[in-house]
Design a protein around this ligand. Sequence first.
Ligand code: ATP
Length: 237
Amino acid sequence: MASILETRGLTMQFGGVTAVDNVDFSLERHELRCLIGPNGAGKSTFFKCLTGQLKPSAGHVFIENEETTGWDPHAIARLGIGIKTQVPSVMDGLSVRENIWLAAYRTHGRERARRFADDAIDRLSLGDIASATVGRLSHGERQRVELGIVISMEPWLILLDEPAAGMTGEEVARMAELIGELNAEAAIVVVEHDMQFIRSIAKTVTVFNQGRILAQDDVDTIMTDPRVRDVYLGKKV
Ligand SMILES: Nc1ncnc2c1ncn2[C@@H]1O[C@H](COP(=O)(O)OP(=O)(O)OP(=O)(O)O)[C@@H](O)[C@H]1O
C-alpha cells in the first residue's frame, strides 16, 4: 500500500542536541499510528517537523508523494490535514460554535460552513455548551473544541499532539472513542504519554528513543518488548 506520509532521514538539531536523528517513517492511508517514548525522546520535535512548526535541519517529509519539507503549518493544513498542537488554537473570547464555524468557514466557505460546524458539534457532543464562551470552559471541554475545529475541516489526515493531556478519566475514554470514530474516515497520528489511552486506541505503535525509532509493531508486542520497558526505566508500560 502506498504511504501517504513519509519521512526520509529526518533530522532536527538544536545546537549540539540532535532531537530527531535520521528518522525514516511511513504511514499508510487509514492507519492509526501512536508515537510514544520517554521524555525527551524526540516525539514532539518529530511531530513539529511534520506539521511545519519546525523546519528540519536535514532530511525530507512527503505527504501523498509531494515534498512538504519546510512548508509552514498553514500550507500543510491546506492539503486537508487537521493538526492539533500542544498550544491551544481556540479563541477564548468566542463561543464554541463561533470557533468551530470559523474553522469550517475557512475551509468550506460561507455556504457550507454551518453544516460542517453543526456536524462537528454533534459528533463531539458539544451541543450543550455550543453557546458558551470558550475561555470559561474546563480544560477537557477546550480539548474537545480543538478537536471540533480539526474535524470541521474534514481532514483526510489528522495529526494530534497529546490530545488526552490534562483530561479526566472519563474525558480520556471519550477522546479514545472519538479517535476510533474519526479513524473510519481519516488516517491519524497521535503523540501521547498516557499508556492507558494508547492501549485503548492503538493498533501500530512507533517508539522513539534518543531521537530514533527504537521499535515499531502492534500495540501488544510493543507493550511486552523488553527494550521498550528498558527505555521507560522500569516504568510500567
Ligand atoms: N526548542 C528547543 N530548543 C532546544 N532543545 C530542544 C527544543 N525542543 C526540544 N529540544 C530538545 O530536544 C530533545 C527532544 O525533545 P522533544 O520535546 O521532542 O521530546 P519528547 O519525546 O516530545 O518529550 P516529552 O515527552 O517530554 O514531550 C530534548 O533533549 C529537548 O530538550
